[in-house]
Design a protein around this ligand. Structure first.
Ligand code: FAD
Length: 388
């Protein structure tokens, strides 16, 4: 392999070029990024960045040291065998790493901010003036973090969520309902069960016709993989670039990583899209091994964290529908608690922890090992989470 092109200069793209050199690849290496910036971290954009605690989340990267030919502000526009077409100079490749991430799902209408990039974060931060009426659409991880920051900045915040409880993309109502009181305690109004039909410059119109006026609207209703540039290419794409557990795509010499990849997971017998920082961090080393002819299986227990309303919320695994819930602590009373999705044969399928990082680490480790647990001990917050 003599010329590897990495498309997408986010965390996954950066990890890919780093892993290529670390694993001994000595050929030409090109990194293309649509944004004007070198790779930066996105999680701080809804946290320290909005609170004015942080201005720059640029990731450490020295292109000269790694001998990477970087092209920022250049967008890939198409893919043919052996050639990435761009809005600048086209790039020939014999190895290709697709790391184009995801982009926010948009609601109908012309108004509203969407928070994905550093530029978006600058715009939103400037709009969060004390006393401003801020309306956040979506009570998922991003919406809750934006609401947290806006409330701390002295804004009057309302969150509108179409589902009955927060974080409905991961948590069933019996778990999600325990996140709802956090909003009120932070001075944020949470309106659930209300669907936004249109985002307008002066607020949002709900499906029932009600108009909620606001000075600032921020929409966080999920993302979709950034695969538009692959339309018309014979690469298999279906809600993400389809890859196997070795992260190989449907063409020779092509792998995909991070938010853009839809990976087949033998562990869960389903396709899993990264969509989280940890996946963008870890998958590239495995993808690079595959590209360099040392196929590796990458099938971790997915992990995400969210810092909301002064709490560290962590979630690992995939909540299987037939799993039973085991509570550790009482969410209505205890400041810290956890809940586990446990299979019929007493294995942890997923875990949600609130300000209990050690429980999360241990539960994730047990899930990775497919270990059995004792349900009584699991429910006891005074005993560490361990194998039975
Ligand atoms: P991205 O970071 O999206 O990078 C992809 C890059 O590719 C982008 O720079 C994009 O401009 C570029 N690109 C796209 N299309 C093209 C093209 N055609 N040509 C060239 N370049 C292209 N995860 C957590 O686990 N915990 C958190 O607390 C958390 N907080 C987050 C907060 C925010 C505001 C956001 C947006 C995300 C957060 N995430 C969090 C998710 C995490 O940041 C992502 O999973 C991670 O950034 C994915 O990395 P990636 O490199 O795959 O994609």
């Amino acid at each position: 392999m003599e010329r590897v092109v990495v498309v997408g200069a986010g965390l996954a793209g950066l990890q890919a070029v780093t892993a290529l050199r670390a694993q001994g690849y000595a050929g030409e290496l090109v990194l293309l990024g649509a944004e004007r910036y070198p790779p930066y971290d996105r999680p701080p954009l809804t946290k320290g960045f909005l609170l004015n605690d942080l201005d720059d989340s640029t990731l450490p990267f020295d292109p000269q040291e790694l001998k990477v030919d970087v092209h920022y502000g250049v967008r890939a526009t198409g893919l043919r065998p052996g050639l990435v077409e761009t809005d600048g100079k086209d790039q020939a490749y014999d190895g290709l790493i697709i790391a184009t991430g995801a982009e926010p799902l948009r609601l109908p209408g012309t108004g509203g901010h969407y928070l994905r990039t550093r530029d978006d974060a600058h715009t939103v931060r400037a709009a969060l003036r004390p006393g401003a009426r801020v309306l956040v659409v979506g009570a998922g991880w991003i919406g809750a973090e934006v609401a947290t920051a806006a409330a701390r900045r002295g804004c009057r915040v309302t969150v509108v969520e179409q589902a009955a409880t927060p974080a409905p993309h991961v948590l069933p109502p019996e778990v999600g309902r325990h996140l709802a009181p956090w909003y009120a305690r932070a001075g944020v109004e949470l309106r659930t069960g209300q669907r936004v039909a249109e985002v307008r410059p002066d607020g949002v119109e709900l499906a029932d016709g009600e108009l909620l006026r606001a000075d600032v609207v921020i929409v966080g209703v999920g993302v979709r993989p950034a695969t538009g540039w692959l339309e018309g290419s014979p690469l298999e794409v279906d809600a993400g670039v389809l890859v196997g557990p070795d992260l190989r795509a449907s063409w020779p010499g092509v792998v995909a990583v991070g938010d853009v990849a839809a990976r087949w997971s033998p562990r869960y017998e389903r396709r899993i899209r990264g969509e989280h920082w940890d996946d963008a961090l870890r998958a590239p080393a495995a993808a690079v091994a595959t590209l360099l002819g040392r196929p590796t299986s990458y099938d971790p227990v997915p992990y995400v964290w969210s810092e909301q309303f002064g709490r560290m919320v962590q979630f690992a695994g995939v909540p299987m529908p037939d799993a039973r819930l085991v509570w550790r602590g009482d969410p209505t009373r205890d400041p810290t608690w956890a809940v586990f999705w446990v299979t019929a044969d007493h294995r942890i399928a997923a875990a949600l922890t609130v300000d209990r990082p050690r429980d999360l680490t241990q539960a994730r480790r047990l899930a990775e090992r497919d270990a059995r647990v004792d349900l009584d001990l699991l429910a006891d917050p005074l005993v560490s989470v361990k194998q039975s």
